[in-house]
Ligand binder design. Structure first.
Ligand SMILES: Cc1cc2nc3c(=O)[nH]c(=O)nc-3n(C[C@H](O)[C@H](O)[C@H](O)COP(=O)(O)OP(=O)(O)OC[C@H]3O[C@@H](n4cnc5c(N)ncnc54)[C@H](O)[C@@H]3O)c2cc1C
Length: 388
């Protein structure tokens, strides 16, 4: 049976999320733009927290967080629907009550010190695997942790770490057994900023921006190993894999909003005595965008559905990430074109989305890495062409 309909519960959650985004998040947009254009963060940590607590009253708290930790533990399909709603605004906001998926591998003491305060929004984490010499090729990381008595001592540099300038602890993947290599010989560490790492903001073409983290003889107690010694690479890949269908879900929301802006403009902007939407050139841009949006929507939902079925969602998630990120880049480019000179100005948020969307093709696995995964699955027979 193929059923493309959402359940009443999925629709209700999506509609409530949409109402919250429209009524409470979208009104921040003009101020976010003004601040970012002054070089300030679009939203302060306190403002985000206040909004997250307001959303909690609506029931939105911990979309992926297990109920025992006060979360909603939503199925993946419902999470994808909510992330699409979040994507409809460029305000740097997401619902609270979330923690990095691999923090659930923490032991009892670590859960109290890291997992629960992160869920509650009292502590901010960042995840650090990428290094100046190792991005796509993550198995080439060189940051070293050497054992010294009851501690580990970390030396190395991480780069492009989202939230790295604000976080008060980092989940760091470091090599603990150089002979085994990074894949078999890496370990994840929970490293407080107070243990001595430093961060440096990296200016990018987007707003906000990641940071580089420097570890110079940073001493970490052995009790801060996350999971087991030697499990770091596997944990790192699990961290990256989790978001693969959520990034295109958010991109989808942005593209939906952008396309609706293009429709309004095409119907109202007149040239040569008629709305520009009466020209086939504009109509084709609208049609192509709608088709790509629809295709991306089903790739995202198919990947999320596979997660909910308990299946291996890596292939489907890679297809959703690759196609969804590219779709959003095509759509924002067309929408900017439809707006003409106005699209290029900083009076409208289109140019902001244009810059942000470029990142979606790069982080958490570049286009090329997704293509590598998809083609390898087929060439090695892990996945078959067509439906099972
Ligand atoms: C804003 C931002 C936020 C980020 N956040 C985080 C974070 O929170 N934590 C974290 O650890 N990392 C983070 N990253 C890092 C990100 O995951 C890497 O930038 C990404 O994986 C690519 O690695 P790289 O930049 O080293 O590019 P490279 O790996 O050097 O690749 C350069 C180019 O070569 C291509 N390429 C590489 N190998 C192959 C191949 N075998 N075949 C074909 N093409 C290939 C790539 O696709 C790319 O186009 C972030 C990056 C950015 C820009």
């Amino acid at each position: 049976m193929v059923d493309f309909a959402l359940t009443d519960e999925q629709k209700a959650i999506r509609d409530t999320a949409r109402a919250f985004i429209t009524d409470r998040v979208v009104p921040y947009e003009p101020e976010v733009l003004r601040r970012e254009r002054r070089g300030e963060p679009g939203m302060t940590r306190d403002e985000r927290r206040e909004l997250q607590l307001a959303a909690r009253k609506f029931g939105f708290w911990g979309l992926s967080t297990p109920e025992e930790y006060g979360g909603m533990s939503l199925p993946a399909v419902t999470q994808a629907l909510v992330w699409t709603e979040l994507g409809r605004s460029f305000v740097p906001f997401s619902f609270g009550g979330e923690a990095d998926n691999i923090l659930y591998d923490a032991n009892g003491e670590q859960r109290a010190a890291y997992l629960i305060p992160t869920i509650e929004g009292e502590r901010l984490s960042c995840f650090a695997i990428t290094e100046p010499g190792a991005g796509s090729d993550a198995a080439n990381i060189k940051t070293l942790a050497r054992r010294d008595g009851a501690d580990w001592v970390i030396n190395g540099e991480k780069t492009f770490i989202t939230g790295g300038n604000e976080a008060d602890f980092a989940i760091v993947i470091a090599v603990t057994d150089p002979e085994a290599g990074a894949r078999a010989g890496s370990t994840a560490f929970l490293v407080d900023r107070s243990m001595g790492w430093t961060s440096h903001f990296i200016q990018t073409m987007g707003e906000g921006g990641p940071a580089s983290l420097v570890f110079d003889e940073v001493r970490v107690p052995a009790r801060n190993v996350l999971g087991g010694v030697g499990q770091g690479f596997e944990l790192g890949m699990r961290w990256i894999g989790r978001g693969r269908y959520l990034i295109p879900a958010r991109a989808l929301g942005a593209a939906e909003r952008l396309l609706s802006m293009a429709l309004d403009y095409a119907n109202t902007r007149e040239t040569f005595g008629k709305p520009i939407g009466e020209n086939q050139a504009i109509q084709w841009m609208i049609a192509d965008s709608e088709v790509e949006l629809e295709a991306a929507r089903w790739l995202v939902l198919r990947a999320a559905w596979t997660v909910d079925q308990g299946g291996d969602a890596r292939h489907a998630s890679s297809m959703a990430k690759l196609y969804g990120a590219n779709m959003a880049n095509h759509v924002v480019d067309r929408v900017l074109q439809i707006h003409g000179g106005m699209g290029y100005t900083r009076e409208l948020p289109i140019e902001r989305w244009y810059r942000e969307a470029r990142l979606w093709r790069i982080f958490e696995g570049t286009d090329e890495m997704q293509r590598l995964i998809i083609s390898r699955d087929l060439l090695r027979g892990y996945t078959r062409i067509g439906l099972d």
